[in-house]
Design a protein around this ligand. Structure first.
Ligand SMILES: [Ca+2]
Ligand SMILES: [Ca+2]
Ligand SMILES: [Ca+2]
Ligand SMILES: [Ca+2]
Length: 181
């Protein structure tokens, strides 16, 4: 119960604009919430729809959500794998996470009302299947800059780098690959 409340407080704190996300979360049973703290842990979800909260992580954790439509709240400096299913990742304050969505239509919320201190990296973005989300910033696609950096695309808002999309040419990303709430 405490963990569930923590997540709700997290989203309330972040933005009233996240009502949609919060209402989706209301259906998640509290015994499916896994909290990740500290560093150096390996954490595994199961075949159910898990909520994994790494907001208080101190880095170097490996988190695998497994099969199911999982929801992962990112902390700082972790490796996260969504696995099969339509998974959602929510960036927190820290950033510097390395993310694999895995199979399925995954949503990478790279900004949630505020931006991470360090850009997160998306390893396996699939154009036309996965979506990059910007929540609660009140901006539209034309405010973002997409810059080719070697074989990757860096997504920035002004001077603030939000995410690196590995192995994706900046020309192959368009507004269709983004969601704004
Ligand atoms: Ca799972
Ligand atoms: Ca999954
Ligand atoms: Ca997935
Ligand atoms: Ca995917």
């Amino acid at each position: 119960m405490l963990q569930l409340r923590l997540i709700f407080v997290f989203f309330d704190f972040y933005s009233k604009d996240l009502r949609l996300i919060r209402s989706q979360m209301g259906s998640i049973e509290e015994d499916n919430i896994i909290e990740v703290r500290g560093s150096g842990s390996s954490v595994f979800g199961d075949a159910e729809d898990n909520t994994i909260n790494a907001y208080l992580s101190e880095g170097n954790n490996r988190i695998e959500a497994g099969t199911g439509d999982d929801l992962l709240i990112l902390g700082r400096g972790d490796r996260l794998v969504g696995g099969d299913g339509n998974d959602s990742f929510f960036a927190g304050i820290g950033g510097d996470n390395e993310i694999d969505g895995g199979a399925g239509a995954d949503r990478f919320w790279i900004a949630t009302a505020q931006t991470s201190e360090t850009a997160n990296t998306i390893n396996d973005f699939e154009v036309g299947i996965d979506v990059i989300g910007i929540a609660g910033l009140g901006i539209t696609f034309d405010r973002l800059s997409l810059t080719q950096v070697e074989s990757d695309t860096a997504i920035a808002l002004g001077a603030q780098e939000l995410a690196t999309v590995s192995g994706i040419n900046s020309n192959s990303l368009s507004e269709n690959d983004f969601a704004f709430v």
